[in-house]
Design a protein around this ligand. Sequence first.
Ligand code: HEM
Length: 458
Amino acid sequence: MSAAHRPWRTDPHPPAWIGATQPRGGVLGHLAELHHDPLGLFTRCAREYGDLVRLRLGPTRMVLVSHPALVEDVLVTRHHHFHKNLNRRLGSALGNGLLVSEGSYWLRQRRMMQPAFHRQRIDSLAETMVSVTKRALDGWHANPVRDLYLDMTDVSLQIVARTLFGIDVSPDLQRIRQSSQVMTDHLRSRLFSLAMLLPDNVPTPGNLRYAAAIRDLDRLVYRLIAERRAIGHDRQNDLLSTLLQDRDADGQGLTDRQVRDEVFTMMSAGYDTTALAVTWAWVLLSQYPEAEARMRAEIDAVLGNAPPSAADLPRLPYVGSVVAETLRLYPSAWAIAREAVCDTQIAGEPVAKKSTVLVSPWVLHRDPRFFEQPAAFRPERWADALAQRLPRFAYMPFGGGPRICLGSTFAQLEIVLLVTLLAQRFRVELTDPTHPVEPIPVLTLQPSRPVQVAVSAR
Ligand code: HEM
């Protein structure tokens, strides 16, 4: 093995390789490609230049890390050296909520909220997830041509709001959707562009629209907090009550602003990711009719028309594999970013303070070293405990290390329930199968166009 392809560690197999050359960039580094086609650029970099590739966005140094052992170095072994500053810079909407907070504040908040996400608590939410979904599906007969992503977004938003905060957001869906769209457009225009280096409070037209969208959603969230404080928060046993009842050692509770940040974070982190997974699952199933037939056969045999419950999940292994395979090919969180807070190293390679480190589940999940026929949708690959045989971090739709997704159990239950309920009630066909739906990476992996489907009763 030449120095050019230096292997790093031998466990897990095959070893990581660090290429001797790095992709050339222009005056602004790799700005143009980063902005226009980050999925293509990252994939090409990993396959052609190795598992640790240096890129530049204007003055910002970036390091793309694409081997499970190196990912572990960043997210676990040296996690103290890598913070979430970049996420904070991308959008101020989340305030100091759990997704972006750091240090002892983050740890305290995470410990406080963790019990709400324990498996037993989550399983008890299945009934609400099912009833919200059934109510939405009831309306589909009247209008059988649907925008699937939009529909799934409405359902998952209502599920998060009802299960975690005990609130019904159905009257506000339109408004939430509009504001979220403004925020997504804003993030999309800034992602991997020099504008990302500008703070949100510089009054550009985009920043002003973004601020107005946040204010609009804030009004809603503060109203919900005020209503709950007024009726007494100890009456309900949900995450909002936990947030409102929490007291520190001096008996101080969270301020409205702190509660707002956590509510906003959970709502943002918890609905689009799951809506996308259900949407991509049906896009894939429509392209792989054998997988769809096998999934339907399992659901029919196990449940017939009976609604699914949390206890049914182990009896629906193929549906579970469809979900795992969807999250492999279309990981909603397609990239995870960190900023080095000191001069440090990854796999023995120096990484300067303030460098952005990127880990892309999109790239890792399509790595032919770990997945046979990586581009193919093959749910059956998850049989025989593939998840246990893979090296840690070869498959990581929910991230890893201390900052691993808090809602992964919630999400997996919800996605299986939604896919199952849809399959029980309807046949689902893309109205224009010849026109592919491509993934567009914003913070999450969005569909390039409306996912229009025609549904018919089974
Ligand atoms: C398919 C669905 C989902 C996917 C793919 C997903 C993915 C992720 C990933 C990759 C991270 C780590 C980000 C990082 O390390 O920078 C994360 C964090 C997080 N997720 Fe999820 N997520 C999903 C659903 C949910 C749901 C349903 C909730 C809440 C109801 C949620 C709440 C969170 C929170 C609070 C964090 C921050 C945890 C922390 O930093 O301590 N997620 N998610």
